[in-house]
Design a protein around this ligand. Structure first.
Ligand SMILES: O=P([O-])(O)O[C@H]1O[C@H](COP(=O)(O)O)[C@@H](O)[C@H](O)[C@H]1O
Ligand SMILES: [Mg+2]
Length: 556
């Protein structure tokens, strides 16, 4: 009872301070019905804690309360960041970007108002623009920090807040904990001064500078003959991608008409994530009438890039390449360009990049999931992760960038096309040289987060000893941390069997969505081109069996 009173007090205090009439109205309505058990549970969940920094900053459903994304949460986060910057002597400029989601502009403006109120300088990007433009602008402008208001590819009801420091990379420990402590120290919103004006709104020159840098990933004399169907999935990628395409000299892509304009309701897709089944249906329908060489999609904040290739065997006529496939292709493209430095990927991505780097005599590194880790790999020249994220120009953008990745994959496809070859042919070459690295993902979306904790618990209590006829030869609990990796909530299994050269599974809760994610890789030797089709079939069968057995072991 005392607990309930405390919770209601907290909710009422929140309501009294909430600057947004929309969330005030929502919370007042909930409080009026607080006696109903379902509403009481909802309030308890919203006020149990506050949103924490995850894989990519704060992310959550829009709504009232500290466990939701709203103006009060954003103002507190911005105040915590401002206080952290001042304490570390980094007082200076904070550059703020935003996508086209519900409330994104308001959250960006509030962030600027808090920074100016705290005695820092703030600059807003001129309009909704891709996340990589913000990541670029931080170092271009010599800012002390950057904020990008976006929930990327999440459902329409979500929003989020990515935080970068002056090195242009997203925050990791201990900075995230340092900022979090200062957010916690904001006792009341009434003590956060909000400036009414005094921040700068940047002009087109920041975008021009981004585009000029983006173009440097290409060979100016490289081939440009390539037909593309493109979708920004109702997000903010279109104008930047089209400008990049035009400046590069590629023929203008056909843009999927129904998804071309930014729309916070993402009306044509269940989830605006190119990884989700169905998200590419309209793009494939457009491709069926245009007959392009490639279909390219950006996620709504255009830091991811999805690529599909013609496949007569597929119902739609198109096959989405996996992030691991595009990641290997871009790696091969950079090797062909004589890139030097470190090639890196994450522990949940395929190990093929390691083989490519090794063969080219390049350093190779593996990090935890997320570009906040990957972008910090020492000497990084190229980094990618299986979640359709690629950083092909870390000096320009220290984060994944769906625009430069699209440019480079297009140049690679055009180069291959000139000699009558395709991306698929190059994937075959890589399999013949390095072995077939086949990956898949099992992901379970839940309503109730405790189901994820329970599944992780089951796997920890009863670790699988065999899956799909392969023996588990080593099981790592990644929560312990190691010399190579900081601690994280995850489990890793290495498997062996006659059918495979090696196999690996990683299981972890998503840090951006209520999902449990299991990442699978099997590596099969391939003796010659004649065996490749059989090897691909065998790998697909094995991955399907592994997913089935793993789902049973995890109880998901
Ligand atoms: O949402 P985005 O495009 O920024 O992508 C974000 O989430 C992805 C999935 O993370 P998780 O598996 O924890 O959900 C990460 O791989 C990525 O680095 C991060 O920036
Ligand atoms: Mg994104």
């Amino acid at each position: 009872m005392a607990e309930t009173t405390l919770l209601l007090d907290r909710a009422r205090q929140w309501l009294a301070e909430d600057p947004d009439p929309d969330t005030r109205e929502e919370l007042a309505a909930l409080l009026a019905r607080a006696a109903e058990p379902a509403v009481a549970a909802e309030l308890a969940e919203r006020f149990a804690d506050r949103l924490q920094f995850g894989t990519a900053g704060l992310r959550g459903e829009l709504g009232a309360g500290p466990m939701r994304m709203n103006r009060a949460v954003v103002i507190r986060a911005a105040a915590g960041l401002a206080s952290y910057l001042r304490a570390n002597g980094d007082g200076g400029l904070v550059v703020v970007g935003y996508d086209a989601r519900h409330k994104s502009y308001e959250f960006a403006r509030d962030t600027a108002a808090v920074m100016v109120g705290a005695g820092l300088r703030a600059a807003l990007l001129p309009r909704p623009l891709p996340t990589p433009v913000l990541a670029f602008a931080i170092r271009e402008l010599g800012a002390a920090a950057g904020v990008m208001v976006t929930a990327s590819h999440n459902p329409p009801r979500d929003n989020g807040y990515k935080v970068y420091l002056g090195d242009g990379a997203q925050i990791v420990p201990p900075a995230d904990a340092g900022i979090a402590a200062r957010i916690d120290a904001v006792a009341s919103l009434t003590e956060v001064p909000l400036a009414a004006d005094g921040w700068q709104v940047l002009g087109e020159e920041v975008l021009d500078a981004y585009l000029a840098r983006a173009l440097t990933v290409l060979d100016p004399a490289g081939p440009r003959e390539l037909e593309v169907v493109y979708t920004p999935l109702h997000g903010v990628g279109r104008d930047t991608l089209l400008a990049a395409w035009k400046q590069a000299g590629f023929p203008a892509p056909t843009v999927v008409a129904a998804q071309a304009e930014p729309d916070p309701d993402f009306p044509t897709v269940a989830f605006p994530n190119p990884e989700e089944p169905g998200a590419m249906d309209l793009a494939f329908a457009t491709a069926a009438t245009v007959g392009p060489d490639l279909v390219i999609a950006n996620d709504p904040d255009a830091d991811r890039c999805a690529v599909a290739v013609p496949d007569p065997a597929a119902g739609s006529g198109w096959r989405m390449l996996r992030g691991d496939e595009v990641g290997a292709l871009l790696g091969a493209a950079l090797v062909a360009k004589h890139a030097t430095g470190t090639f890196a990927t994450t522990i949940v991505s395929a190990t093929l990049l390691g083989r490519i780097a090794e063969a080219a005599g390049l350093d190779y590194a593996e990090t935890l999931t997320g570009f906040k880790w990957l972008s910090r790999a020492e000497g990084l020249r190229y980094g990618y992760e299986e979640a359709l994220g690629y950083c092909v120009d870390p000096e320009g953008v220290r984060d994944k960038d769906g625009i430069t990745a699209a440019l480079l994959i297009a140049e690679l496809a055009a180069t291959l096309k000139r000699s009558g070859r395709t991306l698929t042919d190059l994937l075959d070459d890589l399999a013949l040289t390095h072995g077939l690295h086949a990956t898949d993902q099992l992901s379970a979306r839940v309503e109730d987060l405790s189901l994820i904790t329970a599944a992780m618990g089951r796997l920890r209590e009863q670790p699988p000893t065999a899956l799909a006829g392969l023996r588990v030869t080593r099981a790592d609990d990644l929560s312990a941390g190691s010399a190579e990796l900081p601690p994280t909530d995850g489990l890793r299994y290495y498997l062996a069997g006659e059918q495979v050269r090696s196999a690996r599974i990683v299981v972890r809760p998503s840090g951006t969505e209520p999902k449990l994610k299991c990442y699978l890789e099997v590596v099969l030797p391939v003796a010659g081109a004649a065996e490749l089709a059989d090897a691909r079939r065998a790998a697909a069968g094995l991955l399907a069996a592994l997913k089935r057995d793993l789902a049973a072991a995890a109880g998901i």
